[in-house]
Design a protein around this ligand. Structure first.
Ligand code: GTP
Ligand code: MG
Length: 185
């Protein structure tokens, strides 16, 4: 059994770090944002979509998807001989959401077992929420096992309405880590 973690986008890299620390698994960061991806403290990083995004944030999943497709020959090498892929992503952004769709579909076609540990946006994030929910649906249709934890629900459940978003995200990320660990054991 060979597995790998892909941390997608900015929040995905942070989530991947937590999963790596808990499991010791090999983790790779993928992002369109060159400066950000270079500074993730994972085992390896890949800047995706240099033509589509010119080293900057994707901003929306359509561009993120294009960026990931552009760089398929690079990231797909890291899936050769892999049985289980764990994707980590904060759904709703551009790079991470788009990459999750492109990579999830590709990996399932290669018969790789794919888990996607994903956080869902706050209500105030507007369109990002729709992108996130649509992405969950697409991923499930590909046969990806999607594990979610929602920032909005975490805030309500824990009575964190007066806390700042970083505190809420920290709670969400910790809760998601536990769910992912029990799903993959
Ligand atoms: N779990 C978690 N989610 C976060 C964090 N910061 C932002 N988010 C959420 O993650 C979503 C995606 O944000 P990013 O990860 O910054 O987006 P990205 O994938 O880098 O996409 P682009 O920057 O648009 O290319 C946002 O809508 C937020 O809801 C964090 O520290 N942890
Ligand atoms: Mg980003």
């Amino acid at each position: 059994m060979k597995s790998v973690i892909f941390g997608l986008g900015d929040s995905g890299a942070k989530l991947a770090r937590r999963i790596k620390e808990a499991t010791g698994m090999h983790a790779i960061a993928l992002n369109t944002d060159q400066r950000s991806v270079e500074n993730t403290n994972l085992d390896y990083w890949i800047a995706i979509g240099p033509k589509s995004c010119r080293g900057r944030a994707a901003g929306n999943p359509h561009l993120g998807l294009r960026a990931a497709s552009e760089s398929q020959s690079i990231w797909s090498r890291h899936l050769a001989e892999i049985d289980t892929l764990i994707m980590a992503v904060g759904l709703g952004g551009g790079a991470g959401t788009g990459a999750a769709l492109a990579i999830g579909e590709y990996a399932r076609q290669k018969d790789i077992k794919v888990y996607c540990g994903a956080t869902l946006p706050f209500a105030f994030e507007g369109a990002r929420r729709q992108y996130a929910f649509q992405a969950v649906e697409h991923l499930r249709n590909f046969g990806v096992k999607v594990i979610t934890e929602s920032h909005e629900e975490m805030m309500e459940k824990m009575g964190l309405a007066d806390s700042d978003v970083h505190e809420v995200r920290d709670h969400t990320d910790k809760a998601l880590l536990l769910k992912v660990l029990s799903a993959i054991e």
